[in-house]
Design a protein around this ligand. Sequence first.
Ligand SMILES: Nc1nc2c(ncn2[C@@H]2O[C@H](COP(=O)(O)OP(=O)(O)OP(=O)(O)O)[C@@H](O)[C@H]2O)c(=O)[nH]1
Ligand SMILES: [Mg+2]
Length: 416
Amino acid sequence: MKLVVVGTGQGGSNIADEFFALGKWVWKNRRIHIFTGEPKDPDTWGVFAVNLGMGDLYGLKHIPKTDDHAILLGATDEFRGRGAGKVNADGAEQARKDGKKITSTIADYGHVYDADAMLVIATTAGGTGSGSIGVIVDLLKDTFKKPVYAMLILPFENQYDDPDSMANTATCLKKVLENSKADAVFLVDNQKFSRKHTDTLSQINRRIADSFMDILCVGEETDRRYVGEVLDANDVIRILKGPTAIGISHIQVPKKQTSLLARIKGNSNHKQHFAVGKAQVERAKNVVSQALAELSVDCEIRNADGSFVYDAESVLGLFSGPAHQSTAEIVEMMDNHFAERVPGANRRKGTYPGRTSDTISVTVIVSGIGEGVARDQINSFYKRATSMMGTLKKNRKVRDKSWVESAKLAETLPDL
Ligand SMILES: Nc1nc2c(ncn2[C@@H]2O[C@H](COP(=O)(O)OP(=O)(O)OP(=O)(O)O)[C@@H](O)[C@H]2O)c(=O)[nH]1
Ligand SMILES: [Mg+2]
C-alpha cells in the first residue's frame, strides 16, 4: 500500500518522520517502497511535516527540512514560526489561511496520483496539530479525492487533569470524528504505547510506525517467494471506516530444524510431528490474542465474568511468519478467533509468509468501532473538557470580580 503521509504539529511531524525511517528500512531490507515518489531518492518521497514552529521542523531527522517537504504555516502572521502555544483554534485558523500552501506543496511534490491513500497525523493535546489536522484532512479530501485517514495521538493519563490538554483533545476529536471528511480515524493512546515510565517519545513513535510495517508491505510485495494469501491495498481500504485501532504482536519461534539428524528424527516420528503442529497453532493463537490486547486504543467490551468481545464493523488480520508456520490451519484458527471475539464483523485475512525466519507476528485492524472502552474514553474526554472549560470560565469571573474590588480600594489614591 502506497501512502502520502502528512504530520502536523510537533508530535505529528515526529511520527511522520518515524514513518519515513520505517520506509527507509523496508526499502533497504525488503526492496519495497511504501510511499509515493522515487524509491531510490528519499528527497522525493511523499512524506510531509506541517508546523507553526520553525524549531519543531528543525528537529526532523529524515523528512527533508526544505520548503518542498517541511511546510511552515503562519510565517507571515503574528506567529512567525513560534507555534500555537496550546491554543488549537489558532492551529485551525492558520491551517485555513495557509491551505493553498499546504495543498500546492503536496500537489507539486507528493506524487499523489500514485498514492492508495493519504494519512494525516497529529497529537490531540497541543495547539498546532490538534487544531490543524481536521482542516488538513478536509483540504486533502477536497483536492485529491483519495481515501484520507487521520491518526490522532491521545494524551497520557497524567494530562487528564490539565484543562488545555482536555479542551484541545475534545475539540479535536469532535472535529475529526464528527465533522471532517476523514474516511477513517486511527486512534492511538500514548499511554498504551509507553510500556515503562522510562520510555522516550521517540521509542513510542517508533512502535506506532512499526505497527504499520507488514500491512503496508504485504500488498507491495513483488518477490513471489513471499506472496501468500494476498491482502492488497483495496482489501484494507474497503474495511477502513470511522474510529479504527491497529495492533501488532510478535513472538520469536525456533528456526526450522534443518540438520540431517533433525530431519531423520522428525520424519521417523509422526507422533512428535503432530504434537509440534498443535504447539504451533497454540503459539500462534497466543499471538493473535496478544495483537488484540495490543490495539492502539483499548476498545473491548468487558463482560462481568472477565471475558471480553469487540463491537466493530470490520476486523482484518495479517499473519506473517516463516513459510512453514503460515499453514492453512493457523489462518483458520486466526479467522475463528476473530469470529468469536468480534462477533458479526466483516472479516479479512491474509498471510505474509517467509519474510522472517524466526518471528511470527500478527497485525490486526479493528474498524468502525462501536460500543466499548474507546467510546467510553472519548465520552470522558468530552465530559472532562466541558466541565473544565466551565470551571475555568467561572473561576476567571470570580477572579476578575475580586480585582474589581481591589481597584475600588485604590479609588481615592492619586493617579500617577
Ligand atoms: N507519541 C508522541 N507524543 C508526543 C510527541 N510530542 C508531543 N507529544 C504529546 O503530544 C502533546 C502535544 O504536543 P505537540 O505535539 O508538541 O503539540 P503541537 O501540535 O506542536 O502544538 P503546540 O506546540 O501547542 O503548538 C504533548 O503534550 C505530548 O503528550 C511525540 O513525538 N510523540
Ligand atoms: Mg509545537
